[in-house]
Design a protein around this ligand. Structure first.
Ligand SMILES: [Zn+2]
Length: 273
């Protein structure tokens, strides 16, 4: 199980035309409340996770990162500014990564092994990022979604863990092969919008062939977090917000069901790092 620790607004900045230039804005306190809900949920269900931290969150609320570690979860990196990797130059990406690592190390986090790109944005356009991850000491990436989306994905990428460049593993999110296509079953918006009864048999079937990687966001346990967002003026942003609001109320129950039905671990535990 993985958790991308961020607030909803920050995680959407590159998709909101109006919010341009707002990168690096400190997240509000909803991220504290909702990440603590995640911790309670995992404790109740005897599961552990890798928490990929947007490091503006670590900068604003270092105590939260310590709480996550104290509960026995793994800490990974989700970048500082939540930018699409392929919109950055390699030096900009490396600067963002180094800053993130320094913030986490500065509050005492040791053994940082993994990276998850904002918006799954390691695609064929940004594979150069992998060498940068490796030379900054990371052991794995968990950013390549083996599906096609306008924003992200490499549809013909492997769907199971593999060594993507020498010395760096890739752990892709769970998919289910249906009619020659990889159907995403890994969490996030897919869990939110598809009925649980539809996903459940695919999760069980794909899970029989080996461990699956899931992901959630803290704000997905709190439907009010997105419902309160003001409607933007730009039509494209409005459509995005509308789509983001779909399935919010039922999503916490689905996440509870998923946790109750399966036992989850972090990458560090699963692969003995
Ligand atoms: Zn994110």
């Amino acid at each position: 199980m993985t958790v991308d620790v961020e607030d909803w607004y920050t995680s959407s900045i590159d998709l909101f035309a109006e919010a341009d230039g707002d990168h690096g804005r400190p997240p509000d306190r909803t991220v504290l409340r909702n990440t603590r809900r995640c911790l309670e949920l995992f404790a109740r269900n005897n599961s552990k996770a890798t928490f990929f931290i947007l490091t503006t969150v670590a900068e604003a609320y270092p105590e939260l990162i310590r709480e996550i570690e104290q509960e026995g979860h793994e800490i990974g990196v989700h970048g500082y500014q939540h930018r699409l990797v392929y919109r950055l130059t390699p030096p900009e990406f490396e600067q963002d990564l180094k800053k993130s690592l320094a913030i986490l190390q500065g509050i005492g986090v040791r053994n940082i092994h993994g990276f998850r790109a904002p918006y799954w944005s390691i695609t064929k356009k940004s594979l150069w990022a992998l060498e940068i991850l490796k030379r900054n000491g990371l052991k794995y990436d968990a950013s390549i979604f083996p599906i096609y989306r306008q924003l992200y994905g490499i549809p013909d990428a492997p769907t199971r863990p593999y060594e993507i460049i020498p010395g760096l593993m890739e752990y892709p999110p769970a998919t289910y092969r249906l009619c020659g296509l990889n159907l995403p079953i890994a969490g996030g918006g897919y869990l939110r919008m598809l009925p649980y009864a539809f996903l459940d048999p695919m999760i069980r079937s794909a899970g029989r062939q080996g461990g699956l990687v899931f992901y959630i966001h803290p704000y997905e346990l709190d439907p009010a977090d997105v419902q309160g967002v003001e409607s933007p003026k730009c039509l494209k942003s409005r459509a995005y917000l509308l789509q983001q609001k779909l399935g919010r109320n039922s999503n916490p129950r689905k996440i509870e069901k998923l946790l109750a039905a399966h036992r989850f671990v972090s990458f560090a535990a699963a692969y003995a790092m």
